[in-house]
Design a protein around this ligand. Structure first.
Ligand code: 13P
Ligand code: SF4
Length: 303
């Protein structure tokens, strides 16, 4: 059954001149049919380089929006119409205006997990893999970091020369990883290294041996000799971790490391989206023209 679905996807991809991009949080069988799998930064960058006319996105909507903002002339199709990241909406645009009034030289730094409307109000985008590098390079002292409070605080801790204003957005998946559960896992696997995503809360990050984006976590485990790891991010990364490291052991810290929105993406949805080229990502012109600027600035500053 799965083999037939995969064959149908390969056929449709060719027929429609489509390329499939997928995030590491989607199910392994979806990662298998993708042409490119990666973290948010890699996927945004790859989207600017692929020659195909259609980009089929296996991820949440802000990822497809970024691909569309960077390639307005291309058709960007989502594998699932309702896969959305709740954190992407967790900023009040009025609050951005208020902060801009209060701090006249503020840089509004927008985590890529945000809607196009929010990006349109921002100065620069960042992802978890490049936020530190980009914020450090900004000339502004005042930084309003939106929407994720945890990533903002993690970056602020490494840049004491800047003044940060925080927002109260969060990821429900990463904040459900509790330090007590990490401690329990460490007792069970005393030789394990703890790898965590910076969307985790500070008390979890304090227990981590390494903090990075999904790709950086996978690279760390792949490039280090240690054989046992406790993984503090969404379960989807286990697929690539195990593909690349069949001789190593990976443990989660509980049952909540599961992003229900990413898991909406299934092979049937991919087939349907390729066959119909729907749901297509559309963005109002006035939003796209503003929202692609901070994304382009991110690609420049991350080089
Ligand atoms: P990455 O950029 O690390 O892939 O993270 C995306 C994300 O949604 C984390 O929850
Ligand atoms: Fe959004 Fe969290 Fe899911 Fe990432 S894991 S897409 S931040 S809800």
């Amino acid at each position: 059954m799965i083999a037939e679905k995969k064959a149908e996807i390969a056929r449709l991809k060719q027929e429609k001149n489509a390329v499939i991009l997928a995030h590491y949080y989607v199910d392994g069988e979806v990662q298998e049919i993708a042409d490119y799998v990666g973290d948010s930064y890699y996927l945004a960058e790859v989207a600017t380089k692929v020659p195909e006319e259609v980009i089929l996105f296996c991820g949440v909507s802000f990822m497809g929006e970024s691909a569309k903002l960077l390639n307005p002339e291309k058709k960007v199709v989502m594998a699932d119409a309702y896969a959305d990241c709740p954190m992407a909406h967790m900023v009040d645009i009025d609050r951005i205006h208020e902060v801009r009034k209060e701090y006249t030289d503020v840089a509004v730094v927008c985590y890529v997990n945000s809607t196009a409307e929010i990006k349109a109000e921002s100065d620069v985008c960042v992802t978890s893999s490049n936020a530190l590098k980009i914020v450090r390079r900004l000339p502004n002292k005042d930084i309003f970091f939106i929407p994720d409070n945890n990533l903002g605080r993690y970056i602020a801790g490494q840049l004491p020369e800047k003044h940060f204003i925080f927002n109260d957005g969060f990821c429900h998946v990463h904040t459900s990883i509790h330090p007590d559960d990490v401690e329990k896992a460490k007792k069970l696997y005393p030789d394990a290294k703890v790898l965590a995503h910076p969307e985790c809360t500070e008390d979890v990050l304090e227990l981590a041996d390494y903090i990075g984006s999904t790709s950086q976590i996978i690279d760390y485990a792949t490039n280090h000799e240690d054989k046992v790891y406790i993984i503090c991010t969404e379960m989807g990364v286990f697929y690539e971790l195990m593909q690349k490291n069949p001789d190593k052991k990976f443990y989660s810290v509980g049952h909540r490391q599961f992003c229900p929105n990413m898991k909406r993406i299934q092979l049937d949805g991919v087939i349907n989206a390729l066959a119909t080229l729907e749901p297509e990502m559309h963005l109002p012109k006035e939003i796209s023209e503003k929202a692609n600027q901070p994304l382009k600035r991110m690609l420049e500053l991350a080089k």
